[in-house]
Design a protein around this ligand. Structure first.
Ligand SMILES: Cc1ncc(COP(=O)(O)O)c(C=O)c1O
Length: 401
């Protein structure tokens, strides 16, 4: 790995001022066990060999990089390319860390995988890993997301997972994390809480980033092979931030401009968006320090975005750090831009993107005009099959956008 990754985070899980592990005492020994197990297996030839085998023969990696010629011509200016995580088995980048977390759980002697999910992609990926490794699976999901992402709920059940509906508070991703932590406390001896992004207490932000690093490594090699040079700009959507960290980590030591795209929802008013880095302040959430969108009482604020997987009032601590150091620029795309990109990529490239990924597509479409002669590589983190019912029932086929 490159030098930045070797030195970041610290041994205690700090990315500058952000990260760490603020745990309730009953969970401390369990997180210590996870840290120690990860330290051991990440250096074990057997683990690396088995993970490589799974990535190639089960997930279908490497996923390709595609040149989006029609979209580039349509937008004018920069040439747009996409790393195709939509072609990873189960349809998103999430399986990259879920298979590794499943392998870690097996190594630790656990018999159950559990997690929260927003868009259902992490839930589907974890249920897939549980089926592969012959483990039980418990997924917590907000009622709003269950209604919006029905196909993924069906997939999780088919894969053998128990889906626990979360009916309190905003009934979305934050509450799903709360609910899963609650349930985990009583079963941490036998279960692994396989957190679904680069969030949570140490070691999850580091571990999930390292499991997603394959995306950036592949994309860098593939882009150079295709064009003979590095991309000028690399962009990814940011919810918790796992697909973005996977992608950015491949280019972090290069002279490449990196952009994280947050969801601006329907407006910049608190409650209408989930753009945590753009509008948040320092705070603690779910056992780690980061930027948080807060209400007037200092609690995590309600959030909104058309993309369930980005609907979180916190963000991975490494993103907060990379924002502070200026290595990554963070910007936004709103619901309307994301939906426009969703329809445009479908019609002009034959790729239906996940609504989350559509935020990165929207960024590329907007920025292409301002950067003639440059190249923009986006991470197309997932496919939009899960979103087609919700989108067409709510917004039609894009005629009025
Ligand atoms: C396709 C897709 N992309 C992106 C995300 C956001 O997660 P992260 O920011 O961790 O990549 C999700 C979350 O469910 C997703 O399903």
């Amino acid at each position: 790995m490159a030098s930045y990754l070797k030195t970041t985070p610290t041994r205690e899980g700090w990315f500058g001022d952000y990260g760490g592990a603020m745990l309730p005492p009953p969970l401390e020994p369990h997180f210590k066990e996870i840290r120690e197990a990860y330290d051991r297996i990440s250096k074990s030839a057997e683990f690396i060999r088995e993970l490589r085998y799974i990535r190639k023969h089960f997930q279908g990696r490497p996923t390709p990089v595609s040149y989006l010629k029609n979209l580039s011509d349509l937008c004018g200016g920069a040439q747009i390319y996409a790393k195709r995580e939509d072609l990873n088995h189960t349809g998103a980048h999430k399986l990259n860390h879920c298979m590794a977390e499943g392998l870690l759980a097996r190594f630790m002697g656990k018999t159950k995988l559990m997690a929260e999910t927003g868009a259902g992609q992490h839930g589907v990926a974890l249920a897939t890993a549980a089926a592969y490794f012959g483990m039980e699976c418990e997924i917590h999901m907000g009622e709003i997301d269950i209604a919006k992402e029905a196909p993924n709920v069906t997939r999780m059940k088919l894969l053998g997972a128990t889906v626990v509906p979360v009916s309190f508070g905003g009934r979305s991703l934050k509450e799903a994390v709360d609910s899963c932590f609650q349930s985990y406390i009583s079963q941490a001896d036998t279960a692994l809480f396989a957190i679904g992004s680069v969030v949570g207490p140490h070691p999850f932000p580091m571990m999930v980033r390292n499991f997603q690093h394959v995306v950036g490594v592949e994309a860098r090699e593939q882009f150079i092979e295709m064009t003979g040079e590095l991309p000028d700009m690399v962009a990814a959507c940011v919810g918790g931030g796992s697909n973005a960290m996977g992608m950015f980590s491949g280019f972090i030591d290069d002279d490449v401009a990196l952009y994280g795209v947050e969801p601006l929802g329907t407006s910049s008013a608190l409650g209408d968006h989930a753009a945590t880095i753009s509008f948040g302040e320092d705070g603690d959430i779910h056992g780690f320090r980061t930027l948080v969108l807060k209400d007037a009482d200092g609690n995590p604020a309600p959030v909104h975005t058309v993309a369930s997987g980005l609907d979180y009032p916190g963000v991975g601590p490494e993103h907060a750090h990379l924002h502070k150091t200026g290595r990554v620029s963070y910007t936004t795309a709103d619901d309307k831009e994301a939906l426009g990109a969703f329809f445009a990529l479908s019609r002009h490239e034959g790729i239906i993107p996940a609504l989350e990924s559509a935020h990165a597509v929207a960024f590329a479409m907007r920025e292409a005009k301002n950067h003639p002669g440059k190249s923009i590589l986006i991470n197309l983190s997932g496919r939009g099959d899960k979103d087609i019912d919700y989108v067409t029932q709510t917004f039609g086929f894009g005629e009025t956008l």
